[in-house]
Design a protein around this ligand. Sequence first.
Ligand SMILES: Cc1cc2nc3c(=O)[nH]c(=O)nc-3n(C[C@H](O)[C@H](O)[C@H](O)COP(=O)(O)OP(=O)(O)OC[C@H]3O[C@@H](n4cnc5c(N)ncnc54)[C@H](O)[C@@H]3O)c2cc1C
Length: 320
Amino acid sequence: MIWVLSESGGKGIVPATHEALAAGRILSDSLETGCNLIIPGAGLAEVPKGLIKKADRVYLLEHPLPGSYTSECVGLALAGFLRGRKVFALIIPGTSIGKDITPFLSISLGLPCAVNVISLEVTDKTVYLRRPLYGGRVVERLSLKDGAVISLMPRAFTEAPDKALDAELIRVEAKLRENGLKVKSTQIKKGSDIKDIVEAEVIVSGGRGMEGPDNFKLLEELAASLGGVTAASRAAVDAGWVPHSRQVGQTGKTVSPRLYIACGISGAPQHIAGMRTARYVMAINKDPNAPIFHEADLGVTADLFEAVPLLIKAIKEERR
Ligand SMILES: Cc1cc2nc3c(=O)[nH]c(=O)nc-3n(C[C@H](O)[C@H](O)[C@H](O)COP(=O)(O)OP(=O)(O)OC[C@H]3O[C@@H](n4cnc5c(N)ncnc54)[C@H](O)[C@@H]3O)c2cc1C
């Protein structure tokens, strides 16, 4: 059986859950087995139709600690639920929570784990996974024999077409043991209403070349004209211009947008590690030898304070 873990955020089920279900369906359709979705938490009013149509069964794993995620709480509930059931693969969304809970579940269920998986294929009933290593310089191909906990690279899988299934909804009460760990309060950070960069289709990213926090307004205007969000290199984050939640790279987030526009970013390997899987990269840098141009599909050697306003103007004219 293939199991897929759903994740909920402030606005309901997160988009990465749809990607995880798409990955689950690749395996279940090829292996001719079922694909069940588990939604942990309590008080979910309605399960989106897009999920019901693609899963064989949806389990609502209700536990009495709503809204407060800890890997111990949700992990214990999930491990307790899955123990004793057949698990060939447990697919986990490529989010911060997904990264946190994957090793916990791997240990709890006694299954190996593979993180940051970018593709799944089945040949002669053997499952093969691919995942990037060393900042994307090499891609490892693994075969899967006896089951695994698999977390995905964000946006590596696109939503699966509807299967016209009508999943049975099953409510299960999670058995939780008191472990002394309780969330006393949750603080919503300023700016957390902005879309997570991991989910964005278009990212306009700024580096030290932005020269200060106020100049990021220019990138926000460009991002807004393309329906995207802004992000930054570590240099801009360390300078306090942009919050760490928007840092791309080895010590920030890994993003795979359709379009990544790098402005005033040199292209250090630690930055590239976080955006190498972007589908199309445009770089604006005044230094023609900046390494970012090696990663770019379109390189613009220019002063960004001249190039970006021209780009915004051109996009607005095009949209008129
Ligand atoms: C362990 C470790 C982890 C790290 N993790 C990360 C990480 O997660 N993410 C990350 O980004 N970095 C990370 N770094 C830092 C990384 O090595 C670089 O120092 C950093 O990425 C540089 O940021 P930058 O490109 O913005 O700045 P710089 O390297 O200073 O580049 C600025 C660029 O802007 C250009 N520029 C300046 N003015 C203009 C202008 N007006 N118009 C156009 N172009 C202009 C310059 O030509 C230059 O290329 C890490 C480093 C270490 C050691």
